[in-house]
Design a protein around this ligand. Structure first.
Ligand code: FES
Ligand SMILES: [Fe+2]
Length: 386
């Protein structure tokens, strides 16, 4: 009997090849290099525009040892600054979110004050205005580039890199998702997970479904991995950081991508018949995974905390009407990806443990089903190369 291949197979020319060596998943120097070459030079998604409601609202983001505060200015932009006082370097605000009263940011150490709209230093207690050798204008907060696309907010530590639009290849690269109107969707639920695994393992796991039938009984019931995918590569171009992974098809009897497959919310209004029967996956490197179902979108962002530890933040997006109407329940979608995610984190932690062994010094092997993992490894390797 012929073997039924996961996702219907792999692209022509896919070869068996080695993984990255084990030390790339824990070595401190390698981790530092990844921070410099990837994390501090690439667009990173810090959230959804609707998370900032009023001028002065801020959200902080921890990226390894850096912390960034992103604030909604009085003219409606989201601006980001390093969360570092220009006097002695104190963190300015603690916590993951809050509000800067009257648009002022005060340092908790010696009370220097900054304008949240511009980052300008506006208050230095007990310093004469004409103090020789000191000019307030020289000590504004350092900015971090911030741009938005389709309702998602991105930052980039690199002042000189290409725009978000160029990096994502917009608008063409998003044609296929246009009918989902990501811009219009709203955040219905958010949950953070600390995973004891290197950030690359989190992404690599999401990039293959070879593991689905072993560790995801719920997901595999809903979208059996052996039903061939609906590929989209010919329709939509990817970029260096954007990878489309096509659509998996719902099993007969399933109307939705949930535990029991029962439809409890309307379909997204503009999607096709074919869209209704599947779920699209795409990735934005280095740290985003998207699952685009017919009535909700789940995505996660992964953030390195250390070489062997990652914070993963799951987000569930819905039509605004669904969130406003108490008759609609979103818990089936939330539970589905919460359960599936926890299964993935457990697997990733086991891989981390094995990768630190002498037995994995030279790494393992990528089989054809892992072909997207291979592409991701190439991306990482290319970025790290000088
Ligand atoms: S460190 Fe911020 S005012 Fe001194
Ligand atoms: Fe998985």
């Amino acid at each position: 009997m012929a073997t039924k291949l996961v996702e219907g197979g792999w692209p022509e020319g896919t070869i068996v090849r080695p993984t990255l060596p084990g030390k790339d998943y824990y070595d401190v120097q390698n981790y530092q290099r990844e921070l410099e070459k990837i994390w501090f030079r690439t667009w990173l998604c810090i959230g959804r525009v609707e998370e900032w409601k009023n001028a002065g609202d801020f959200i902080t983001t921890q990226v390894a040892h850096e912390n960034v505060m992103s604030v909604l200015t009085s003219d409606g932009q989201i601006k980001s600054y390093y969360n570092v006082c220009r006097h002695k370097g104190s963190r300015l605000c603690e916590g993951s979110s809050g509000h800067f009263h009257q648009g002022r940011i005060f340092c908790p150490y010696h009370s220097w004050g900054y304008n949240a709209d511009s980052g300008a230093l506006i208050r230095t207690p007990n310093l004469p205005d004409d103090l020789e050798g000191f000019c307030r204008d020289d000590f504004s907060l350092f900015q971090v580039r911030t741009e938005t696309a389709h309702g998602f907010v991105f930052i980039n530590f690199d002042k000189d890199t290409e725009s978000l639009e160029q990096a994502l290849g917009l608008p063409e690269s998003f044609d296929i998702y246009e009918r989902y109107h990501f811009q219009r969707l709203r955040l219905g639920h958010k949950k953070s997970y600390v995973v004891e695994a290197n950030w690359k393992l989190i992404m690599e796991n999401a990039l293959e479904c070879y593991h689905c039938s072993t560790i995801h009984p719920e997901l595999s019931r809903c979208t059996p991995p052996t039903i061939a995918r609906h590929w989209v590569h010919d329709e939509v171009p990817g970029t260096k950081i954007l990878m489309h992974a096509g659509a998996m098809q719902l099993a007969p009897g399933f109307e939705r991508m949930t535990m029991d497959g029962v439809g409890r919310r309307p379909f997204f209004p503009d999607i096709t018949e074919q869209d209704r029967k599947g779920i699209y996956y795409f990735f934005i490197f280095p740290h985003l995974f998207f699952a685009v179902a017919s009535d909700y979108v789940f995505y996660f962002s992964a953030w390195p905390m250390a070489g062997d530890k990652t914070l993963v933040v799951g987000h569930w997006l819905f039509e605004p009407e669904v969130l406003e109407n108490p008759e609609y329940d979103i818990s089936d979608a939330v539970d589905f990806w919460d359960i599936t995610s926890v299964e993935d984190w457990k697997a990733s932690e086991l891989v981390q443990q094995g990768n630190q062994s002498k037995a994995y010094e030279h790494g393992g092997v990528l089989i054809p089903n892992d072909w997207r993992v291979g592409k991701f490894s190439d991306y990482v390797r290319n970025e790290l190369a000088d």
